[in-house]
Design a protein around this ligand. Structure first.
Ligand SMILES: [Fe+2]
Ligand SMILES: [Fe+2]
Length: 274
């Protein structure tokens, strides 16, 4: 009998350790070639998260829960460190100590928010303290809608300005997700009264619709960038990275929907077996 704690942990760590590894690469690419120290630090984080990722892939649903508990703790420490690194870089940019570097402040803040999210997930897993479903639905959506809104802004700003149609599309997504985020914040401040099943269900439906279309836009952008058909300074891996984060959000929306409507929720271990 597979342990749910083990399966959930492995699913979370496999997804987010790869994300953290890629953040290290993106940050490195945005540093100036003279920023040797920062580049080195980024390389170290890349290696750390690559080894965490490998470790997560070497465990299975049948691994001893105590081993996974320790693994989660180790990962928690590494994530805390990369979070601090990201905030340090943000501080350097905002005090104009990295003139000419190519990481947007919002991007650095964004990747630090993702690290913080991962760290919270690890703490929740290890303490076994999960938020009640209606709170989780609102909080996760507030978090991910902002992430999606940011992605649209990054795409818009990293496309070549001559790609007018695509820039316009990205800006429309940015606006759409800003609106959805405000709606989510409204639902948040109206709680607990707002936490009725019909309202939460409609909230999830509306978000799912927009996330699907953004996800498809990212997929197309990724393909166009890979095939060198559009002008941009977007690394193909960044396009794929934001696509995967949209997929993650969709997976959560469906999971919430199923829990809300009482449909059987696919066990995490079934999802990580493939
Ligand atoms: Fe990310
Ligand atoms: Fe992101």
């Amino acid at each position: 009998m597979a342990d749910v704690f083990v399966a959930r942990s492995l699913d979370e760590v496999r997804f987010w350790s790869r994300i953290m590894k890629e953040h290290s690469l993106f940050l490195k690419l945005g540093f100036r070639c003279d920023d040797i120290q920062l580049i080195q630090e980024a390389n170290q984080f890349y290696a750390i998260f690559e080894s965490i990722e490998n470790r997560a892939n070497s465990y299975t649903a049948g691994t001893d829960p105590q081993t996974i508990r320790t693994f989660n703790e180790d990962t928690y420490v590494a994530v805390s460190h990369i979070w601090a690194f990201k905030r340090k870089v943000l501080g350097l940019i905002l005090t104009c100590q990295l003139p000419g570097a190519n990481n947007f402040p919002l991007l650095v803040d964004h990747v630090s928010r993702e690290a913080n999210y991962f760290r919270n997930r690890l703490a929740e897993l290890n303490t076994g303290r999960l938020e009640p479903l209606p709170d989780a639905i609102i909080d996760e959506n507030v978090f991910f809608l902002r992430i999606m809104a940011d992605h649209a802004k990054f795409i818009s700003h990293l496309l070549d300005p001559s790609e007018r149609k695509l820039v316009q599309q990205a800006n429309e997504f940015s606006h759409d997700f800003d609106q959805l985020l405000f709606q989510a914040k409204d639902l948040e401040s109206m709680r607990p009264q707002s936490q009725t099943a019909p309202l939460l269900d409609q909230f999830l439906d509306q978000n799912r619709f927009s996330v699907k279309s953004l996800r498809d836009f990212k997929k197309t952008a990724h393909e166009l960038i890979e095939a060198c058909r559009i002008k941009s300074i977007i690394h193909p891996l960044l396009a794929d990275h934001v696509f995967r984060e949209a997929e993650r959000f969709l997976f959560l929306i469906d999971m919430f929907e199923n829990s809300l409507t009482g449909k059987p929720v696919p066990a995490a271990h079934e999802l990580i077996m493939d």
